[in-house]
Ligand binder design. Structure first.
Ligand code: 26M
Length: 824
């Protein structure tokens, strides 16, 4: 009976409509005549959720029985964006739901746009986690993500008087249909207190952590359906709550206020996502988040392992744990503690299990982003974990000393503890020592970490521990969903949609490059996408831009190393050039719309000034009649995943212009090129591999190389290399007050002082201007441009996150796909 009643629902319009109407009248308790787009969204979401739940149950049931090795992806950020369109497309239900919704009197696009983004991430690292979850599910890998369920995601950005202002992102206002609360799954997590050391009956010293406080971790599951498969994976997000005893103690003592305060403190742990990207804040609450999350996740993983009644030595054959940056590194220490203190394994047996289980991905070489925790703060929160870290360090340094005797400098450099005032725990060193594989995220970056931050570790462990896994993006969201017209053209041209699961098939588009008809369709889709973006710009910025101009885009977190400052300086240069032209000279200028977007960390003063400068320049340029449509500048506020889905398909050229050696990979570069956008960029991160795939004729490269950076900085500092003259002119214009009160921008201009220009804007400026001119010239030849555009898309197969995830599975995790059988 159970089996018959739980049979899979059919994929026909009437079944779908029945389910939607059912949710309107029951779950939402609404009448059909009283519906707006948002209620329609809610009903469709609830109906979609029903389908997700049955797939989730089927998948997790079959996996529990078979119990294959699983991978756990630990990430403090999952930047999922919207879920509805993606879920419907992946489950093959979009067509049916689309029809059903339209017949009920709604516009599917409006319904889809009623959903708020799940913005539980800052940028690249969090979106990468989301793309990897999509690929893991699509490739039928048994994989779970673990993260935190923040009440507030990344802040919302508004521009007030040209300045960024931050507003809370309370995304759970209207309930979240994409999560399944597991209120029965509750894990107690402890903090503080002290360590009791006693000798057991064999004379072995045992350490017992007596914590001072504890909170509960409650599980919320987010189903992740694969594309064109029954498989449905899971992201488990933890929410903090006060424990019952915790809030009752004070209450029973008659201190009601104290009990409420304690409860609030417990809930604070998962209250807000830290809005820093590539910088380390060192805040106690952040450390609490990290321990809360890693302890709850490990407890859950260990509980699942124990159900199988295997030996502890089998643990690494059942479990692979990937650390997304150093944020979850405490998991290494927590597993060692569980095995030694609670499961009574010997230190060495435990440590072998730990190091075989973990692998670590590094996402940055910027020194300010390296996580370090002050020893006194750490000891106060996690006294037993501190002891274990010191022991890990002691045994590690003893081995280093054995291999390279009498090298104090080396021991100091490699130590997990930095000898500062106070001492600091270097989380990256701990992550390397506790993992069996360490990877970078693009070829250049993986080589850089081997020769810089982890050089000593390569000498000690050997090359094999350090590997490259070039990032990738999911073509399902970033082409099929975001650019449905291009997706359809590709499928029609290739005769199938198989390319969505094997992106290398795009290569066949090359045969169509000389087909004028095809090129016309290709460019018409680009124009359609530009019209859509122009509408968004009109609404958000109140600026009218022509879809016939060249759309030039730089959207990403605002950071000095990404050099949005250099971009706006070049825009000023362009403005000044146009202003100096005669009417006949102007006639040959390629019209351009320069589009910026991105958030600055709220405490990052210089980054926020860059936003102000962009808006000040936009205000002057956009209303200058001498310029007209030749140049428009816009800053699109509140850049996020759903805005990116509109911007990416509409770009002609996008800017990936970090100082060589600073951008670990970049992933938006891949999204733009996959959508037939060209790029202007430096020899940095994945730009280099994109160049290798698409050919140097199809990318605009400029600037110094990574190995030249050190010398250039040195020369600037000690030989006083003068500032680039074009740049000098631009700065003079700002200083003369062409764009608002120049006093405002003085701190920004100071970063360009000879000897202080750390990101080498001056050194790269001339070649940057030249590259931009080459873009203008190339764009004027629309036929050649369209060929380049098609070649770009055709050669992007490598950058599917399916390829990345397969490499991780084969070379690091040792897991196999486990297809779920449809028993519907
Ligand atoms: C650290 C400490 C305290 C608070 C926040 C952080 C923190 C948060 C996010 C530090 C770094 C964070 O993200 C870094 C990041 O997004 N790196 C990017 O990762 C992408 C995926 O690998 C790469 O493509 C980008 O090049 C890299 O900048």
């Amino acid at each position: 009976l159970w089996e018959r009643l739980s049979k899979k629902e059919a994929n026909d319009v009437e079944t779908v409509q029945k389910s939607i109407v059912h949710h309107v009248t029951t779950t939402l308790a609404r009448a059909a005549y009283n519906m707006d787009n948002f209620s329609a969204y809610q009903a469709v979401a609830l109906s979609t959720r029903d389908r997700l739940i049955s797939r989730w149950n089927e998948t997790q049931g079959q996996l529990s029985k078979a119990d294959p090795k699983r991978v756990y992806y630990l990430s403090l950020e999952f930047l999922l964006g919207r879920s509805m369109d993606n879920a419907l497309l992946n489950m093959g239900l979009k067509g049916t739901y689309g029809k059903g919704v339209e017949q009920l009197g709604f516009n599917m696009e409006d319904v889809i746009e009623s959903e708020v983004d799940a913005a539980l991430g800052n940028g690249g690292l969090g979106r990468l986690a989301a793309c990897y979850m999509d690929s893991l599910a699509t490739l039928d890998y048994p994989a779970w993500g673990y993260g935190l369920r923040y009440n507030y995601g990344i802040f919302q950005q508004r521009i007030v008087d040209g300045y960024q202002t931050e507003y809370p992102d309370y995304w759970l206002n209207f309930d979240n249909p994409w999560e399944l609360p597991r209120l029965d799954i509750s894990i107690q997590i402890s903090f503080g207190g002290h360590v009791q050391s006693i000798q057991d009956e064999y004379g072995v010293t045992r350490h017992n952590w007596i914590p001072a406080q504890s909170v509960q971790a409650i599980a919320y599951d987010v189903p992740i359906p694969g594309y064109d498969t029954e498989n449905c994976n899971n992201i488990r997000l933890w929410r903090s709550k006060p424990t019952k005893t915790f809030d009752l103690t004070s209450f029973n003592e008659g201190n009601y206020e104290k009990s409420v305060e304690d409860a609030t403190n417990a809930e604070k742990i998962t209250s807000v996502l830290y809005p820093n990207d590539n910088t380390m804040a060192g805040k106690e609450l952040r450390l609490k988040q990290q321990y809360f999350w890693t302890a709850a996740s490990l407890h859950d993983i260990v509980r699942r392992f124990k159900k199988s009644r295997r030996e502890w030595s089998d643990f690494p054959d059942q479990v692979a744990i990937q650390l997304n940056d150093t944020h979850p590194t405490l998991a290494i220490v927590e597993l060692q503690r569980l095995l030694v203190d609670e499961e009574m394994l010997s230190w060495d047996d435990a440590w072998e299990i730990v190091t075989k289980t973990f692998a670590f991905t590094n996402h940055t070489v910027l020194p300010e982003a390296m996580e370090k925790w002050s020893v006194p703060m750490f000891e106060y929160l996690l006294p037993r974990h501190l002891q274990i870290i010191f022991d890990i360090n002691l045994f590690f340094l003893q081995k280093v000393e054995k291999k390279f005797p009498n090298d104090r400098g080396l021991l100091n450099r490699m130590s997990i503890i930095e000898e500062a005032q106070p001492q600091q725990i270097r989380m990256a060193h701990l992550a390397v020592v506790g993992s069996h594989k360490v990877n970078g995220v693009a070829a250049l970056h993986s080589n850089l970490i081997k020769t810089t931050i982890f050089k000593d570790f390569v000498d000690y462990y050997g090359e094999d521990k350090f590997v490259n896994k070039t990032n990738g993006i999911t073509p399902r969201r970033w082409l099929h969903q975001a650019n449905p017209k291009l997706s359809k053209l590709i499928s029609d041209t290739l005769g199938s949609d198989k390319w969505l699961k094997d992106l290398s098939l795009l290569k066949k588009l090359t045969t169509k490059i000389d087909n004028a008809e095809f090129r016309k369709s290709w460019m018409a889709i680009k124009r359609h996408n530009k019209v859509r973006l122009a509408e968004l710009i009109k609404i958000r910025c109140n600026v009218e831009v022509s879809p016939d101009a060249l759309f030039d885009v730089q959207v990403k977190r605002i950071h000095e190393y990404k050099r949005q400052f250099m971009n706006i300086l070049a825009v000023i240069h362009r403005y000044r050039t146009i202003k100096s032209m005669t009417a006949s000279q102007k006639a040959s200028v390629q019209p351009r719309v320069v589009i910026f977007g991105g958030k600055a960390a709220p405490g990052y003063y210089i980054a926020k000034l860059v936003i102000k400068l962009i808006n000040s320049v936009a205000a002057v340029v956009n209303q200058d009649p001498a310029v007209g449509d030749l140049l428009k500048v816009v800053f699109i506020p509140d850049y996020n995943v759903s805005v990116a889905e509109v911007i990416v398909p509409a770009s002609d050229i996008s800017q990936h212009i970090s100082t060589a050696g600073t951008e670990a990979s970049g992933t938006s570069n891949m999204k733009f090129v996959l959508n037939g956008g060209l790029i202007i960029g430096t020899m940095d991160g994945a730009n280099i591999e994109i160049l290798e795939e698409i050919g140097e004729e199809n990318i605009f490269i400029f600037g110094c190389l990574a190995h030249e950076v050190e010398d250039l900085r040195h020369a600037q500092r000690y030989r006083g290399v003068p500032m680039d003259p074009a740049l000098q002119g631009v700065i003079s214009a700002i200083e003369k007050g062409v764009f608002e009160d120049p006093k405002i921008f003085q701190p920004l201009i100071s970063t360009l002082t000879v000897g202080k220009d750390f990101y080498l804007i001056s050194a790269d400026f001339a070649s940057y201007i030249a590259a931009n001119q080459a873009v203008d010239t190339a764009y004027k030849n629309q036929e050649e441009w369209s060929k380049k555009s098609i070649r770009c898309t055709a050669n992007m197969g490598k950058f599917s996150s399916d390829r990345s995830v397969k490499e991780y599975a084969d070379d690091i995790w040792g897991i196999k796909s486990y297809p779920i059988v449809d028993e519907g």
